[in-house]
Design a protein around this ligand. Structure first.
Ligand code: OGA
Ligand code: NI
Length: 356
């Protein structure tokens, strides 16, 4: 569930399921009922109403943002409506994008014993594994993931960074550095699109913003009508950049009350905002509710990079975005990540809880 649960062993506290999602998938086992989705406050599983609208997720050329007002306007519209777009012209070469996919694929393809060297410890967030189970009623996600903090650099837990394949660490370091640059540019462009001071958003992230990566592995699932790869959620981050699988779709966002599939554009990066940016923009920019659907015959791998404010730094709506026509929607908040997690445990929606 979002980045909030991180990467956890499912099978701790209370719930005992002997096999991993990957093992169940390979054995052709039916998913156990713990994985069956019920209606939630975020909407149900039904996707019969998929919107047929053309180009549901706009494509934006990042290289044009600081020079073209049209592109900037497109960015503003996208973030104000769905909170999501596909970034091209991001300056990361196709061959490097392929490399990121390749190290992820190689890692997930390793024997279980090898991957377990990087397992998440009980009550920890980082490492390889499944959902953290916080209640017996919790519906489980059909995926396995590797969750790691990449910035601030001195906080890296390198013992959990795979050494197999042998270029995994180097590729992850380079990828994170490049995405950080792109995110910084996007925060500036977003401020510019609203005619506010360029650093209005980036300043709120502090000197040591946190960046975390989640490598997601979704094996085929025999019950795609009942089981989700990731349940509906909004990200607790400021911004999330997702590298989708090069072929297999799965990500859906809610737009105008309907689930729409984010199409695969092989070397584009999907950008979606998280709750922290909805708060900072005083609700002008949206943190979209999204989910991942499963399918019966193809495995899917994605890489999500999350950026969030330094935990001790208070975030809140930018002053210049508050006026009589648009009163303050959210109170200031520190450490939104843990707050979000506490809300999740109580079955509450964090963004609702920070409304004034
Ligand atoms: C996430 C997420 C989408 C995907 O990790 O928060 O929404 O396509 N992932 O894997
Ligand atoms: Ni997400």
């Amino acid at each position: 569930m979002a980045n909030m649960a991180g990467s956890m062993s499912v099978f701790s506290e209370g719930v005992t399921l002997p096999k991993s999602v990957q093992e169940m998938s390979m054995n052709g086992d039916e998913p156990p009922p713990e994985f069956y989705v019920k209606d939630s406050s975020f909407g149900c599983l039904d996707s019969s109403d998929l919107s047929a609208s053309v180009n549901p997720v706009p494509v934006i050329d990042v290289s044009q943002l600081l020079s073209s007002n049209d592109e900037l306007e497109k960015l503003k519209l996208a973030l104000n409506s769905s909170g999501c777009f596909q970034a091209i012209g991001h300056g990361i070469s196709s061959s490097f994008i392929d490399k990121v996919r390749e190290v992820a694929k190689t890692f997930f393809g390793l024997p279980q014993e090898e991957k377990h060297k990087y397992s998440r410890a009980v009550n920890e967030v980082e490492g390889y594994g499944h959902d953290l189970v916080v209640s017996e009623k919790q519906v489980l996600d059909w995926n396995t993931r590797l969750f790691l903090r990449v910035f601030p650099q001195h906080q890296r837990k390198l013992n959990l960074w795979p050494q197999n394949p042998d270029d995994f660490r180097e590729v992850l370091h380079e990828y994170s550095t490049k995405l950080k640059q792109m995110m910084d540019l996007l925060f500036k462009a977003m401020a510019k699109s609203l005619n506010i001071e360029e650093n209005s958003f980036s300043d709120q992230f502090g000197d040591n913003p946190v960046m975390q990566v989640r490598f997601n592995f979704y094996p085929p699932c025999s019950k795609p009508d009942k089981v989700l790869g990731v349940k509906p959620h909004s990200d607790r981050s400021g911004m999330t950049v997702l590298l989708q699988d090069e072929e297999v779709e799965g990500l859906q966002i809610i737009k105008d009350g309907k689930w729409i599939t984010v199409p695969v554009i092989p070397h584009a990066l999907v950008v979606n905002l998280g709750d922290q940016m909805q708060i900072m923009s005083n609700g002008i920019f949206k943190s979209p509710v999204h989910r991942v659907v499963t399918n019966t015959d193809k495995l899917r791998i994605s890489v999500a990079m999350f950026n969030e404010a330094e935990p001790d730094k208070e975030i809140g709506p930018v002053e210049s975005l508050i006026d009589e026509n648009r009163p303050r929607l959210y109170r200031n908040v520190k450490n939104y990540a843990s707050f979000n997690y506490e809300c999740f445990q109580k079955g509450k929606v964090a963004l609702e809880e920070v409304k004034v």
